[in-house]
Design a protein around this ligand. Structure first.
Ligand SMILES: [Zn+2]
Length: 304
């Protein structure tokens, strides 16, 4: 997977790098003020609880951290299921559940194996349950648009402000996904940083990385590349790329319809690179022509 080097080929790497960094800044703040620690393979800190699950395996010497989404209704319903002995056969048991309010529930100590990965391969290894800590994020997963709402497979409807439209890198078409909350992403970053340091983990990956033929979690709504780059201390992260999904999209000199267009409207399918993110507007440059940059309404972009 090409994760580095993209910025090196750019016309003005210094300027662009700074802009991309500021776009991702909101995810990095909390990681420095972490209140979490690990004692005796258990998390200690505010908003952390331990609910022992009977679904435990043998000893685990973790090398990787794997992120998942629950595709469930709530953290509580997921925890109830994950700690139910009957769920063991259908196997999606993890070490930690991260709620939408940032609460963390640990189900087994970090040195004990669980069943979160299933059939999986990574880095020449098979069966990642034996090598990985799994973090399950409370998130409904992919959604279907129904009228003005967005429906999960279990029936719950979500509002527009809780969804994002994005293409999973393994899929052909963009679709709707349940968004993660800001506090959830910050806690995930904090937790990943702590676990990587404490257990000297080699990589931070998604379930979709280790089981791409059958899994899509944590999905494009989760900034896994950013978490990985921050936690592993990689110098550069790959900038976010988006595809235009409207038939045409105006590209303007500022973040608002009052600003004039800077070029011909972008056509559907045009790929742009994120330079800066604001509430409803993104500053982007064309992937194929870095000379054209400007602001576009992010409602008409799908992350790729
Ligand atoms: Zn998973």
């Amino acid at each position: 997977m090409a994760r580095a080097g993209v910025l090196k080929n750019r016309r003005t790497p210094r300027k662009k790098k700074a802009a991309v960094r500021s776009a991702g800044m909101r995810h990095t703040v909390i990681a420095r003020s972490s209140g979490l620690s690990i004692e005796d393979n258990r998390l200690v800190g505010s908003n952390v609880s331990f609910v022992e699950t009977p679904n435990q395996g043998g000893a685990l010497a973790p090398r990787y951290l794997v992120f998942h989404y629950t595709a469930g209704k709530s953290a509580t319903s997921s925890i109830n299921w994950l700690t139910n002995p009957e769920s063991k056969a259908s196997a999606h048991i993890v070490l930690v559940v991260l709620g939408r309010d940032g609460s963390i529930t640990q189900l087994v100590p970090f040195n004990v194996k669980t069943w979160h990965a299933g059939m999986s391969h990574w880095d020449g290894l098979s069966g990642l349950n034996s090598y990985a800590i799994g973090i399950e994020m409370d998130n409904a997963g992919p959604l279907t648009k129904v009228g003005g709402k967005y429906q999960a497979w279990f029936g719950t409807l979500y509002d527009e402000d809780q969804v994002i439209y994005a293409r999973h890198r393994l899929d052909g078409e963009p679709r709707w996904w349940h968004a993660y909350t800001e506090v959830q992403i910050q806690r995930a970053l904090e937790l990943a940083q702590l676990l990587v340091r404490r257990y000297d983990l080699k990589d931070v990956i998604g379930h979709d990385d280790i089981a791409p033929d059958r899994k899509r979690d944590p999905g494009p709504a989760f900034p896994l590349e950013h978490v990985r780059a921050s936690v592993l201390g990689r110098e550069e992260e790959e900038p976010e790329r988006y595809e235009v999904i409207a038939p045409t999209l105006n590209i303007r000199s500022g973040p608002g319809v009052e600003f004039p267009s800077v070029a011909e409207p972008l056509k559907k399918g045009t790929v742009v690179v994120l330079l800066e993110k604001r509430d409803r507007w993104n500053k982007v440059e064309l992937a194929k022509n870095g000379d054209i940059e400007g602001w576009v309404h992010n409602r008409f972009l799908a992350k790729i």
